[in-house]
Design a protein around this ligand. Structure first.
Ligand code: PMP
Length: 360
């Protein structure tokens, strides 16, 4: 089988060494004669896997002791409801910043539970930027302020950590968590679906500050009630055990690579080389404000969109997979999560040059 590079936005590439390790442990985990898939989540074997994953994640992100880490099901979309249900308390208003398709989904779901104030939006700029903090109209009595740290479809990433005063900052980090260091203390809640930088689909990480636990509305389903899940060690119901295990292997791999500082340097190099190639040509375009360009998802269009199909077919033949842009925006999108090697980005840039020579 020849080498392929998978540019999918998620589920996405995983580090090859992680897959090999999972393969070697598939039938017999550490001499137990069992696959991790077959283990009780309450047995000592799985509990050791779960604890190690959490401590490695805590080490990677320097998560302070006054934050709980939850390993849940339901995806980031589950948290679109989980956040308002857990955080509104006796307040009614929640502030949201609208930077694109995923912000809009979060807003639509929150409207079922809260009075949503869209405190700033880049819709007038066609979601090519992040509104500067001095333009935000935050509510005095917002229960929290919600941002989408990286818009996976639009390829727009926050170049700053907002300051929301004493209103807790809540961030959907689905497509950026673990790609670079962050200061967890600046946030009240961070959540992310796993299927980009963390591991397989089916796992959702929620990092929540202690004082924000225990205020869920009575009708909140127990499985997304932060207090219930924190008290149960994320096991009030059966957690996504296999995804949790693979995520743990990914955390070990990131630590072996030198942690988030190394990941960040690598991701910056990958993204900047691809943006430089796009900017150097009139054949390719990326519309995003250079200051807010995502390191993780790089959308680009061809000057002549009738060539899109030919571009994608040739890419696939060269082993460059899943470059088709999201159906809502068209064009191409290259997702460059942690597991994408620099070699993959170089192969994409080489292919883009050749395609331009042939069709430009
Ligand atoms: N938020 C962002 C930024 C995403 O990229 C995605 C998925 N691509 C979601 C939320 C939804 O995640 P899930 O499918 O895990 O519910």
């Amino acid at each position: 089988m020849s080498r392929i590079f998978n540019f999918s936005a998620g589920p996405a590439m995983l580090p090859e060494v992680v897959l090999e390790r999972a393969q070697s442990e598939m039938l017999d985990w550490h001499g137990t004669g069992m696959s991790v898939m077959e283990m009780s989540h309450r047995g000592k074997e799985f509990l050791s896997i779960a604890d190690k994953a959490e401590s490695d994640l805590r080490a990677l992100l320097s998560i302070p002791d006054n934050y709980r880490v939850l390993f849940l099901q339901g995806g980031a979309s589950g948290q679109f409801a989980g956040v308002p249900m857990n955080l509104l308390g006796d307040k009614r208003i929640a502030d949201y910043i609208n930077t694109g398709a995923w912000s809009k989904k979060a807003i639509a779901e929150a409207k079922k539970y809260a009075q949503v104030n869209v405190a700033a939006s880049s819709e007038a700029e066609n979601f090519t930027t992040v509104p500067a903090q001095d333009q935000w109209q935050l509510s005095d009595d917002a229960a929290y302020v919600h941002i989408t740290s990286n818009e996976t479809i639009g390829g727009v990433e926050y170049p700053f950590t907002p300051d929301t005063g004493d209103r807790p900052l809540v961030a959907d980090m689905s497509s950026t968590l673990l790609s670079r260091p962050i200061d967890v203390m600046r946030y009240g809640v961070i959540y992310a679906g796993a299927q980009k930088n963390i591991g397989p689909a089916g796992l959702t990480i929620v990092i929540v500050r202690d004082d924000l636990i225990g205020h869920a509305r009575v009708e909140t389903p127990s499985v997304i009630d932060y207090r219930v899940q924190a008290e149960a060690g994320s096991m009030s119901n059966t957690p996504p055990t296999y995804s949790w295990y693979i995520a743990g292997l990914v955390f070990q791999w990131i630590r072996q690579q030198g942690g988030l500082a190394s990941m960040s340097a690598l991701n910056q190099r990958k993204a900047e080389s691809l943006y430089a190639a796009i900017d150097a040509s009139d054949f390719y375009q990326n519309p995003v404000d250079p200051n807010c360009r995502s390191w993780m998802n790089v959308p680009f269009t061809l000057a002549d969109d009738t060539l899109d199909k030919t571009f994608l077919e040739g890419a696939e033949q060269a082993g460059l997979m899943f470059l088709k842009g999201h159906r809502s925006v068209g064009g191409m999108r290259a997702s460059l999560y942690n597991a994408m090697p620099e070699e993959g980005v170089r192969a994409l840039i080489d292919y883009m040059h050749i395609f331009e020579q042939q069709h430009g």
